[in-house]
Design a protein around this ligand. Structure first.
Ligand code: F6P
Length: 327
């Protein structure tokens, strides 16, 4: 491979707080190695359309604390086709881009690994998603911020739930994973948590809620992961409303939704993103490709992108037992 002179960086899929800190680290680490950086706007969609912008150390000033992504993000259907990927590769070659840093989640890294195998443009991935569902890193960029946002909201909900002795079903994000749900349930003292990794039958949920609300007059909070088997908080509410045994309980649903995606990243996310952005550029310079940089036991680790999206990252089942013990 020619000596690296110019690399590209993009953010793709659902944005996550800390993506900007990661872009900044990529650009400044590249500058320290005399590499030029092209920012690819709107992820794979922008790659296909040639939506490129030159960025240097100064263009990333004052973004370490900002949520969202200055490069913008998108989910691209065209990139899923060989024609779309060929167009993207041609644009990159024309712009002289010799290597890429991809910042995003499962879909982004899946696209990146197919693209690099097909078109031989080296790519190193950085795990950026609030879901924390990527194998090969203890935490993903954005997860800690989203978790703390969810937790802060649960604390607020607890106040009003308690004032009215209500049952709240609080739905949190996480796609098919329960990391946010499980951890904010423990932190927020939730009475019950429902996550995709374990199936709890509706009858058992009803039984648990019934005993919670009849044993005490205080509030109860049930944290429901959006990917949970029964279909989310509204479905569960519906099932409870249709059952006469719950007519004495005042039920409310609160879906935290995209509030969890925005906001200034926590210190933990800023540090994680900075370490990973720098590590990604160094990995490219060392000649790596088709890998994701992660932090495992506080050390930078490279994992093949194929493993990242084909292997499942497990939740900690001890934490699930703890929610039951403490509720
Ligand atoms: O992957 C991040 C995430 O926020 C998931 O938790 C959620 O299921 C999904 O993205 C929402 O996607 P969109 O912003 O496209 O509605």
């Amino acid at each position: 491979m020619d000596t690296l002179k110019r690399i590209g960086v993009y953010t793709s899929g659902g944005d996550a707080p800390g993506m900007n800190a990661c872009v900044r680290a990529v650009v400044r680490t590249a500058a320290a190695h005399d590499l030029e950086v092209i920012g690819i706007r709107r992820g794979y969609a922008g790659m296909i359309e040639g939506d490129f912008v030159e960025i240097d150390g100064r263009s990333v000033s004052n973004i370490v604390q900002q949520g969202g992504t200055i490069l913008k993000s998108a989910r691209s259907k065209r990139f899923q086709t060989p024609e779309g990927r060929a167009r993207a590769a041609a644009n990159l070659r024309e712009a002289g881009v010799q290597g890429l840093v991809a910042i995003g989640g499962d879909g982004t890294l899946r696209g990146a690994s197919i693209f690099t195998e097909e078109h031989h443009i080296p790519i190193v991935g950085c795990p950026g998603t609030i879901d924390n569902d990527l194998f090969g890193t203890d935490e993903t960029i954005g997860y800690d911020t989203a978790l703390n946002t969810a937790l802060e909201n649960i604390d607020r909900i607890r106040d009003t739930a308690d004032a009215h002795d209500r049952l709240f079903l609080v739905e949190v994000m996480g796609r098919d994973a329960g990391f946010i749900a499980l951890n904010c349930a423990i932190g927020g003292g939730a009475e019950l948590v429902l996550i995709p990794e374990t199936l709890v039958e509706l009858d058992e949920i009803k039984e648990r809620i019934h005993s919670l609300m009849s044993a005490q007059t205080r509030s109860s909070i049930v944290v429901v992961a959006e990917g949970e088997e029964l279909g989310g908080a509204q479905r569960i509410e519906q099932a409870l409303l249709e059952d006469g045994a719950f007519s004495h309980i005042d039920i409310r649903v609160c879906i935290l939704g995209h509030t969890q995606r925005g906001g200034s990243p926590t210190a933990r996310d800023r540090v994680l993103a900075s370490r990973l952005g720098a590590a990604a550029v160094e990995a490219l310079l060392e000649g790596h490709s088709g890998v994701m940089v992660g932090i495992v036991n506080n050390e930078v680790k490279l994992t093949s992108m194929r493993n990242v999206w084909s292997r499942k990252k497990n939740i900690n089942y001890e934490l699930l037992k703890l929610t039951q013990l403490l509720s």
